[in-house]
Ligand binder design. Structure first.
Ligand SMILES: C[S@@+](CC[C@H](N)C(=O)[O-])C[C@H]1O[C@@H](n2cnc3c(N)ncnc32)[C@H](O)[C@@H]1O
Length: 383
């Protein structure tokens, strides 16, 4: 069974005519649906709404954009200063999305959405560019097949469909499960590649509570119906971790399964994961205190911290913790004498060490002060 061909055929048909029961019902913000043409809304094959986690001005990439509904909602959230790109491999889906894009643009008075043809596990290859080149030099024999392979490689480098480090948020709804098993690892690596440092993925997909048996994976109907290509709940999170993401969390998990097949439950989850923990570690005498409520935590760089204790962290970790999704869990202790980054020494991030208060204050710090009248709520009302 060639899963990709089966998937393409099924979604080509579902673009032309609405298919029932192809993915679970989703409640979208009705205000955003007002400007979206009916045929787009009707052909909704998603399993969640990643658009509710987007912000004004962001550049969004929607994987497996279908008829474009998530892109058209995202266009309104990010506004005229933001940008939305939908990628899909099925011509019939792209046709519906592209035909409706000018209608939405006119209704919202700006145009910030475009649709590109590609496979989401190979976001560098622009399939329309490749199509055009192959029309002038078609594949007729083994030599031209090998030449086409070289051409594809050249296009990936010189004219990538989606450039590296170019996107603020990668979103998707009910598509990752459709990618064939041998390409799943590359798919997560591609999501990582196209994100800017500090960017994030917000992915809604169907996951299973148990491994899907091989027999079920061979069923074309179940595969293209977003069932048997599902990763397990654990496997889904682990795939983000393996690709280098940090701060991975389940934003939403449907308590009720969308479908149960042979006793295996398939449900929708929405997962968020961040890019940006890679890089050099510098010592600037900063410290953090984990506030709780858990007794201890372990982050994606293997820093293990007990609640309430003061830990030494490198400048990179310090700044990561100051942002979502960590910010609310930490207290931050700056050194009294700042260490300029240019003068900072390397920091050994392979172990977690406690930081004595004298390190952040300075060994000779022996100040004595009167009671600070700005303590407690800052209004001078305490004691
Ligand atoms: C279940 S539908 C979801 C469509 C859309 N996200 C929505 O919410 O309605 C899956 C979509 O992903 C596309 N698709 C599936 N596998 C793909 C792949 N490997 N690369 C690009 N698009 C893919 C299909 O053509 C189809 O439009």
């Amino acid at each position: 069974m060639n899963t990709e061909t089966i998937v393409r055929q099924r979604y080509a048909a579902s673009a032309k005519e609405r298919a029932d029961k192809l993915c679970c019902p989703v409640a979208y913000d009705s205000d955003f649906l007002e400007v979206i043409p009916r045929e787009v809304i009707e052909r909704d094959y998603g399993c969640g709404d990643p658009s509710r986690y987007l912000r004004e001005g962001e550049t969004i990439l929607d994987l497996g954009s279908g008829t474009g509904k998530i892109c058209f909602i995202a266009a309104q959230i990010v506004g005229p200063k933001g940008k939305v790109i939908g990628v899909d491999m099925t011509d019939e889906m792209l046709e519906v999305a592209r035909r409706n894009a000018p209608i939405v643009a006119e209704r919202i008075s700006y145009c910030n959405v475009e649709f590109r043809k590609g496979r989401i596990q190979d976001l560098a290859l622009d399939l329309e560019l490749l199509d055009r080149q192959l029309t002038s030099s078609p594949i007729t024999d083994a030599a031209s097949f090998l030449a086409a392979d070289e051409l594809a490689e050249e296009l990936r480098v010189k004219h990538p469909l989606i450039a590296s480090d170019s996107v603020d948020v990668v979103v998707s709804s009910c598509v990752l499960n459709l990618v064939e098993p041998k390409s799943k690892r590359q798919l997560f690596e591609e999501i990582f590649r196209v994100l800017k440092k500090g960017g994030r993925a917000v992915i809604c997909d169907i996951v299973s509570d148990e491994e899907v048996p091989e027999e079920m994976q061979k069923d074309p109907e179940l595969w293209s119906g977003c069932i048997s290509g599902a990763l397990t709940e654990e496997g889904f999170l682990a795939a983000f971790e393996r690709a280098g993401f940090y701060g991975i969390q389940i934003l939403k998990r449907d308590a009720t399964p969308w479908r149960t097949v042979q006793g295996i439950e398939f449900r929708s989850v929405t997962v968020e994961a961040f890019k940006g923990k890679q890089g050099d570690c510098f010592e600037r005498n900063q410290a953090v205190i984990y506030r709780g409520p858990f007794k201890e935590i372990l982050d994606d760089d293997n820093h293990r911290m007990e609640r309430g204790r003061r830990y030494a962290v490198c400048d990179k970790t310090y700044n990561l913790y100051k942002k979502a999704p960590y910010r609310e869990f930490f207290e931050f202790v700056d050194p009294i004498a700042e260490v300029p980054l240019a003068e900072a020494k390397a920091f050994d991030c392979s172990r977690t060490s406690l930081r004595h208060p004298k390190e952040t204050k300075g060994q000779n710090y022996d100040v004595t002060t009167e009671a600070n009248d700005k303590c407690c709520d800052g209004g001078g009302s305490c004691c």
